[in-house]
Design a protein around this ligand. Structure first.
Ligand SMILES: Nc1ncnc2c1ncn2[C@@H]1O[C@H](COP(=O)(O)OP(=O)(O)O)[C@@H](O)[C@H]1O
Ligand SMILES: O=C(CO)[C@@H](O)[C@H](O)COP(=O)(O)O
Length: 468
């Protein structure tokens, strides 16, 4: 297969574009453009960032593009009027303003009712809670809503003119069940008071449409734009995930997820029963605070990330009794939308830059370990951990994760797996089957038996429990 695929990851902090050789999966060029640091964003900003990253990756000059795929941050509410104009800024997955609506929705149907209806418990990240917020706080805007879509659907619409989505992203809305593969319009009626037009849910290898001329389409053979995916499902596709693999992704969010042929139901509702991008399921736990806990602490200490890593690795392994809860932006797992971060155990001896840096790294590791424990607790197979995301570059984090998780951690070669998965999906839509490009593991990190990791885990658990 000669030619290239274009894979897009429109994530919280930036838009990344990869040009990938179709035959091998080799990345030939990349482009990136930043997104604003906000939890409510005009969705046109994402189109402009995509244009810049697209140009940066040199896509427009190519005449050998076989297909385009888009993955993006999940859950964001893009609600538009009859003219396609957003009625409100898109509320992102990490915007917690709909926490009250979410709590009332859980009270209304009960945890069991929600797991039965959509296998997802509404927390403030879930799109339906954001629509309920819009109805309550911006009724005029809510009354003008004609269509509702997600960030990746919005970009597919701009690239191809097609209004479509896929199972993985639909499963994060709160009004679609990955178990039945159907929308639940009665939930929209109940909590939004109306059923806006929703994008048809395409199958994994289907194309939504073809690339428009303004993006370089229409110059020969039509270029398919695939159905797209939520970013975690995109990463699963990029990693060619198998049952037993567990992905730990450290980006703006921290996510822990696996692939399963059958739906996984967590009766507590803590694990979300999302779909993946292959036709399978993607049980997932997500935190609101991951890489940025480390970058904020580095900023406070006025050091760059290399120096931050040195600091975190040079003090006592349990941070000398200093414990941090990383809930800087509220939290979703555990569901503490109003929480703030905490620092406990300050003494003249413990309050040093080294201990603070280490406490921040261990806080991220422990919040991910909490998610992993939930996944283990519901019986999901955890045979192999794959560490990805921007924060996975942190040597300090890498060094504490195996002891905190109590098992080895595999680090795949550093790549943008979400965008790579989108490119793989594009190949699927273009050729009728997903290519096997393989994944290369760069290193396997083994637990060292460090008692400091265990001490920190116990202290962290006590501090977290004090918020319950
Ligand atoms: N060495 C590092 N240590 C800690 N954080 C890092 C490091 N390198 C990058 N990051 C952080 O990773 C984040 C970006 O990761 P990414 O997975 O692209 O996020 P997202 O997909 O949410 O936009 C940024 O907050 C960035 O500062
Ligand atoms: O809300 C979730 C998953 O449920 C997040 O994982 C978002 O999808 C944002 O991802 P990143 O920008 O952190 O990759």
């Amino acid at each position: 297969m000669s030619g290239v695929l274009v894979g897009v990851d429109s994530s919280t902090q930036s838009c990344k574009v990869l040009v990938v050789e179709a035959a091998t999966g080799t990345i030939l060029s990349t482009g990136v453009a930043p997104h604003p640091d906000a939890t409510a964003v005009d969705p046109h900003v994402w189109v402009e960032a995509l244009r810049r990253a697209w140009a940066d990756a040199g896509v427009a000059e190519r005449t050998d593009v076989l297909g385009v795929g888009v993955s993006a941050q999940q859950h964001g509410m893009v609600a538009v009027d009859r003219d396609g104009v957003p009625v409100h800024d898109a509320l992102l997955w990490n915007d917690v303003r709909s926490a009250d609506q979410a709590a009332r929705m859980v009270q209304d149907l009960g945890v069991e009712g929600w797991m039965e209806a959509v296998n997802v418990l509404p927390v403030s990240s879930i799109t339906l809670t954001k629509l309920a917020w819009l109805r309550e706080h911006r009724p005029d805007a809510a009354a003008r809503v004609h269509r509702v879509m997600l960030p990746h659907d919005w970009l597919v619409l701009h690239l191809s003119g097609a209004f479509a989505t896929d199972r993985s992203d639909a499963s994060g809305t709160g009004y679609f069940s990955a178990v039945t593969g159907a929308y639940r319009p009665e939930l929209l009626e109940r909590y939004f008071g109306a059923v806006p037009e929703l994008p048809p849910v395409l199958g994994p290898g289907e194309a939504a449409g073809t690339l428009l001329p303004e993006w370089g389409g229409g110059r020969g053979r039509p270029v398919p734009v695939s159905a797209g995916a939520g970013d975690n499902a995109g990463a699963g596709l990029g990693l060619e995930l198998e049952p037993g693999d567990v992905v730990v992704s450290v980006g703006t969010s921290g996510t822990v997820f696996s692939r399963s042929a059958a739906p996984v139901v967590d009766p507590s509702g803590v694990t979300a029963g999302f779909a993946d991008a292959t036709g399978d399921h993607l049980p997932l736990l997500c935190t609101l605070n991951a890489a940025r806990v480390m970058t904020s602490t580095a900023q406070l200490l006025s050091v760059d990330l290399d120096r931050f890593t040195e600091l975190a690795r040079s003090g006592p392994s349990d941070a000398h009794g200093l414990t941090m809860l990383p809930y800087f932006d509220g939290e979703r797992t555990p569901n503490f939308p109003d929480a703030t971060g905490q620092l406990h155990g300050l003494t003249r001896a413990s309050f040093t830059p080294e201990n603070l840096a280490r406490a921040a790294v261990l806080a991220v590791a422990n919040s991910l370990a909490d998610c992993l424990d939930v996944l283990r607790g519901i019986g999901a197979p955890v045979e192999r951990i794959l560490l990805i995301g921007g924060g996975a570059k942190s040597e300090a984090l890498r060094s504490v994760l195996p002891d905190t998780f109590g098992m080895p951690v595999e680090v795949p070669r550093a790549q943008e797996y979400v965008a790579l998965g989108a490119a793989r999906q594009a190949a699927w839509a273009a050729t009728g089957r997903p290519p096997r490009w393989g994944r290369r593991i760069e290193s396997v990190l083994e637990p060292t038996g460090d008692p400091g990791a265990g001490e920190y885990r116990a202290r962290y658990g006590r501090l977290r429990a004090s918020l319950e």
